[in-house]
Design a protein around this ligand. Structure first.
Ligand SMILES: [Mg+2]
Length: 505
């Protein structure tokens, strides 16, 4: 049983890991706080660089995604800028795909709730259309939208879809470092990808980003690989992974073993990126993505433009690898070191036409998490955007339930929790169409103010009892009908139960 409060991510992640739900080898490494960042660091420039580096890398790559490098070269030449985009009347502007969208929707969720909340992050991923969506995220969405708990909705996949969007999770910790950062990283990754290799890659990459934020000059080439290996060795399971397409030939082992056996020697031999990446391949599988991204960083980490362009031109899953490389060089060198033209021509969209949204989210995050906002980012925030609510209320309910809309509750059994004289709440457990059950929570007037989903009816009943609920007498109350209430959303606060704030899991 996990007592879930905002302060206790560590205990929640640990309990999930110990029960086998969250796939990671839980060790004391995960109980150690990251080293505090010095006051000398220009966090505004670095954090903006990290997230805009991610967006720029994605946008430079996604118009020629998934081509083999030589085929791409034949078709487009050496890409140095945004290609003419058919979604923008052929203009050469940077448009987002899933990497940017899901990273910035993570940032949006962090701003909205002040910290990572996996359930809300799942909702943020569910509300809007994702461009170039991967197979695993599609699987996650179908389970999550059908009412499966966020803990059990992730696809069993070692694809790079969690790694590509993980960078923002460190933002709430910039001023208050805590070991909860590693738990947040794991919970955010686990949400969509139920896989040990994905989890370890995300933690090792967030650790790398944190260290890059604190650095003022580029590290030695081998640093990128050895630092990543050190983290992997502390928390990776001994589960062996095999290459998907037979490269490197005959390999079977862990990520850290692959990095040691193939990537470190390639650095010593100073092999060109294209040639080295052809040995382990550079697709969306993490045994390909991680060595490719790290190798590019080792070769070009001192030059953000060269690093991002190498990822865009020399790899297959180029938008995601460029997003990962872009986040890393952006964290190291800051926004000021990214080419001006790439930032100027970036649409800043997270949806089909919300131009400037990424700048708005960065401005809000800089204020919320107190690391500041640059004049450059501020100048790109759409007029009046900061006066609007962060999330339009029409977008808030994933079931598109509007205020007052009627809800059909099928269960004849009502549960009750008495809080005081004439003060009680009601609950009912309904089956969900695609499996699992949902607990509806309502007040005396039948206004449904929250809901929680469980896989089994027994789990839902146990959870209600654990939280002080009992089955109500039939004639205790008569509620005429049920309707949705967005009341707690309107006040900007999280829902009491589904946010985990007042619920014992
Ligand atoms: Mg993409």
């Amino acid at each position: 049983m996990t007592y879930r409060t905002y302060q206790d991510k560590y205990f929640e992640a640990r309990a999930l890991a110990q029960s086998g739900v969250l796939k990671v080898r839980w060790t004391d490494w995960l109980a150690a706080s990251p080293v505090p960042l010095s006051d000398q660091v220009n966090l505004t420039d670095k954090v903006e660089g990290m997230l805009l580096g991610l967006a720029v890398g994605d946008s430079l790559g996604n118009s020629s995604e998934s081509l083999m490098p030589d085929e791409r070269r034949n078709r487009y030449g050496y890409i140095e800028n945004y290609l003419p985009n058919r979604h923008a009347n052929g203009q050469c502007i940077g448009l987002p795909s899933d990497d940017t969208q899901m990273a910035f929707w993570t940032l949006e969720q962090l701003i909205a709730n002040g910290c990572l909340e996996p359930q809300y992050l799942g909702l943020a991923f569910s509300r809007r259309r994702i461009f170039g969506i991967g197979k695993s995220v599609r699987k996650f969405l179908s389970k999550f939208k059908a009412g499966t708990s966020w803990r059990h909705s992730g696809a069993p996949s070692a694809g790079n879809g969690a790694l590509m969007r993980i960078a923002p999770v460190l933002i709430p910790y910039l001023k208050e470092p805590s070991c909860n950062l590693w738990s947040d990283t794991l919970l955010a990754a686990h949400l969509t990808h139920d896989d040990a290799l994905s989890n370890v890659s995300c933690v090792a990459f967030v650790d790398l980003l944190w260290k890059l934020l604190g650095m003022s000059t580029a590290p030695e080439p081998a640093w990128w690989i050895t630092t990543f290996i050190e983290t992997c060795e502390c928390i990776e399971s001994d589960q062996d992974y095999q290459p998907r397409a037979g490269h490197p030939i005959g390999f079977s082992g862990t990520l850290s073993q692959l990095l040691k056996q193939y990537v470190l020697p390639a650095i010593e031999q100073k092999r060109p990126v294209l040639e080295a990446c052809s040995e382990w391949h550079s697709g969306a599988y993490l045994l390909e993505t991680v060595p490719s991204a790290l190798y590019i960083l080792a070769r070009h980490g001192s030059d953000p433009r060269a690093a991002i362009l190498s990822a865009v031109n020399d790899t297959k899953d180029n938008d995601t690898i460029a997003a990962i490389v872009g986040a890393a060089v952006g964290a190291l060198h800051g926004l000021a070191a990214l080419p001006d033209a790439w930032i100027a021509q970036l649409s800043g969209r997270t949806e089909a036409s919300d131009d400037g949204r990424v700048f708005e989210l960065l401005a809000r995050a800089g204020a919320e998490f107190k690391y500041g906002v640059s004049a450059e980012v501020q100048s790109r925030v759409p007029n009046d955007a900061l006066k609007q609510p962060l999330i339009q209320s029409r977008d808030l309910e994933e079931d598109a339930l509007s205020q007052g809309q009627s809800i059909t509750v099928h269960s004849p059994t009502l549960w009750v929790k008495v809080f005081g004289m004439l003060n009680q709440s009601w609950a009912a457990i309904d089956n969900l169409p695609a499996g699992g059950v949902r607990i509806w929570f309502m007040d005396d007037h039948g206004r449904v103010f929250d809901k929680l989903d469980y896989q089994l009816r027994r789990e839902a009943r146990d959870a209600l009892r654990r939280n002080g609920w009992g089955v109500a007498d039939k004639d205790f109350i008569e509620i005429a009908g049920f309707s949705n209430s967005n009341h707690s959303w309107d006040e900007g606060g999280p829902r009491h139960y589904s946010s985990g704030q007042y619920w014992i899991y």
